[in-house]
Design a protein around this ligand. Structure first.
Ligand code: G4P
Length: 192
């Protein structure tokens, strides 16, 4: 997606060895106009897939996922990263270990919002090793929902997440696919 790639080139900061900081428009400050364009791009890409709900992982996935949900006229469901503090038996939970941050968390879905009739579009800001997306897929299975697709803003294609998900048969669409990046030469995108 042209607008997202332009912003990455203009404002992205590469932190060696492989972290891209995009705090100025996505993670710390959010550009709502760009998020709207991102949402419309996802809606166009996944049109005709029968999506009934958009699902994202808190926190940085929420802004683009909300815009996609708005464009598709479906609700947004948020997966939380902390176990519920309130006693609630109506939850699905699965442990996710982040390679980037070397931390684990309990990804949690409130069962009442996803069921066997749902065709879900999972949206997240970054795809690196694919652990977060895989956790979200596990929760959708627990809820007996169908995963209609996976939408990613920034894919680090030099990490295994994309290939792992495609190998399992998922329709993965990443708006910006980074082939390589370093401090000196900046970001290079996968040729498409
Ligand atoms: P994975 O799901 O593909 O395996 O990725 P991983 O666990 O390694 O990512 C953990 C966190 O780090 C996620 O955010 C992810 O968005 C973020 N992340 C991964 N690579 C980059 C990067 O190059 N740049 C930036 N800015 N973030 C990256 P999170 O901890 O869940 O944070 P948030 O969603 O609450 O902001």
């Amino acid at each position: 997606m042209k607008e997202l790639k332009e912003r990455i080139v203009k404002e992205g900061l590469v932190i060696p060895p492989n972290i891209l900081k995009v705090g100025s428009f996505l993670n710390l400050q959010v550009d709502p106009v760009l998020m709207e364009q991102i949402g419309e791009d996802f809606a166009n890409h996944f049109a005709g897939k029968g999506v009934t709900k958009v699902v994202t992982i808190e926190s940085s996935g929420i802004a683009p996922a909300l815009m996609a949900a708005k464009a598709m006229r479906v609700p947004l469901v948020i997966l939380k990263k902390k176990p519920s503090k309130i006693l609630n038996s109506n939850l699905y939970q699965t442990e996710v270990t982040s390679f980037t941050t070397q931390t684990s968390y309990e990804l949690t879905l409130s069962a009442e919002y996803i069921n066997e009739n749902d065709h879900v579009l999972i949206i997240d800001d970054f795809l690196a090793d694919g652990e977060a997306a895989t956790g979200a897929i596990r929760l959708m299975r627990m809820a007996h929902a169908t995963v209609a697709g996976i939408g990613i803003l920034i894919e680090k294609s030099f990490q295994p997440g994309h290939d792992k998900l495609v190998a399992q048969g998922f329709d993965v669409y990443s708006q910006a696919r980074i082939a390589s990046m370093d401090k000196k030469n900046g970001v290079h995108f996968v040729e498409e």
